[in-house]
Design a protein around this ligand. Structure first.
Ligand SMILES: Nc1nc2c(ncn2[C@@H]2O[C@H](COP(=O)(O)OP(=O)(O)OP(=O)(O)O)[C@@H](O)[C@H]2O)c(=O)[nH]1
Ligand SMILES: [Mg+2]
Length: 349
């Protein structure tokens, strides 16, 4: 699963990327035309996994992961897109969701204008989609009228999408369109789920509630530069620093967790002496398919899943106590795995 970091030039994309990943990619002091894309894999913080790990004491503890890509400069509020549409699309096509970074700090004396910047980037996504969509509609219309092929239903959906975009709205807000398999293939940018990161500094800028946005907007507010600096300290130093400043867990943890959620992912766990591990799966995945995330043999030879919820395991203190209390269930292949389930797959190949 991959998230692409987008935002107006100089909004702090690379800074946030560094904060998230502990990388040290060069922040461009707002240099125009400088393009780099940075990619990193990040562990999804999960206190339940840490707890399980301290109980089972395994050789390895493996977190779920997400990838972030900082695609480099994209758009300036005054001048619009600085890269070609093709370039933007090529970079963003493979990502599953967007992290939209909005500047909410003073830069070289220029006060933040998060409302303007937010809208400028959003318009850019919408316009890019509209350009692509118009071409598709034209082609499909021709196919249907001249060659008597092509799917009229698809055309109808595309026309609907066009109406939404022309009205200045993002497709992600219309799930029946954004989630339609016919439309998904096009990978429209404004149809991708999106988190808005308000990159803030104390005493300047607006609060999340001051921004006029659709009320289903997912926001995370954080101090990008500070978090980046903390991410580059050793864990012990960072911890001390956080304590001193009265900060709790890194704000980026919340962003990573939100990313995971935004992608519609939950985690189940497997536990043992060798390994305690979180497995990311889509919500509402049946047990047999979830077993396939571990190994294809487990899916093929699936018999039953032995399931105990994390909360029950913690409440009863051990697997055997939970079992005695009847909290360990045997579930069949169609059982929908829940977030926090601890699974042991019985299989036969
Ligand atoms: N004061 C302050 N400055 C920041 C913050 N985040 C980023 N900056 C500064 O803003 C400038 C741009 O940050 P970058 O992270 O390079 O922004 P970017 O969006 O990657 O820039 P481009 O790739 O050029 O579009 C740098 O000088 C950063 O140090 C912040 O939270 N507070
Ligand atoms: Mg950058």
């Amino acid at each position: 699963m991959k998230l692409g970091i987008v935002g107006i030039s100089g909004s702090g994309k690379t800074t946030i990327f560094n904060a998230l990943t502990g990388s040290v990619a060069e922040v461009s002091a707002y240099q125009k035309g400088k393009r780099e894309s940075n990619l990193a894999v990040v562990k999804v913080p999960d206190s339940r996994l840490d707890r399980l790990s301290s109980i089972y004491n395994p050789q390895k503890t493996i977190h779920a992961q997400v990838q972030y890509v900082d695609i480099g400069e994209t758009v300036s509020p005054a001048e619009g897109r600085e890269s070609s549409i093709d370039e933007l699309l090529k970079l963003l096509h493979p990502v599953d969701a967007l992290v939209h970074v909005v500047r909410n700090f003073d830069r070289s004396g220029e006060p933040p204008r998060p409302q303007r910047d937010l809208e400028a980037m959003e318009s850019e996504l919408i316009l890019t989609d509209l350009i692509i969509l118009e071409k598709k509609v034209e082609r499909l219309e021709k196919e249907i009228t001249k060659a008597k092929k092509g799917n009229p239903e698809e055309l109808e959906l595309l026309e609907k999408a066009k109406g939404i975009l022309e009205g200045g709205d993002a497709l992600r807000r219309y799930s029946e369109i954004a989630q339609s398999p016919m439309i998904k293939g096009y990978a429209f940018l404004s149809a991708k789920p999106c988190i808005v990161v308000l990159n803030t500094e104390d005493d300047v800028g607006l609060g999340v509630t001051d921004l006029r946005t659709p009320n289903d907007t997912v926001f995370v507010e954080l101090k990008g530069r500070l978090e980046m600096e903390l991410a580059q300290l050793s864990p012990e130093e960072a911890e001390l620093f956080r304590e001193d400043m009265g900060l709790e867990e890194p704000a980026t943890f919340r962003l990573i967790k939100e990313s995971h959620q935004l992608l519609g992912l939950i985690s189940f766990f497997t536990v043992g002496k060798d390994e305690v591990r979180a497995w990311p799966i889509r919500k509402d995945t049946p047990a047999q398919q979830a077993a396939g995330a571990i190994h294809s043999d487990l899916e093929k030879g699936f018999i039953r899943a032995e399931v105990v919820s994390y909360d029950d395991l913690m409440a009863y203190g051990s697997h055997s106590a939970a079992q005695k209390a009847g909290r360990v269930r045997l579930e069949g292949k169609n059982y929908l795995v829940q977030d926090g389930d601890i699974l042991n797959i019985r299989f036969n190949v």
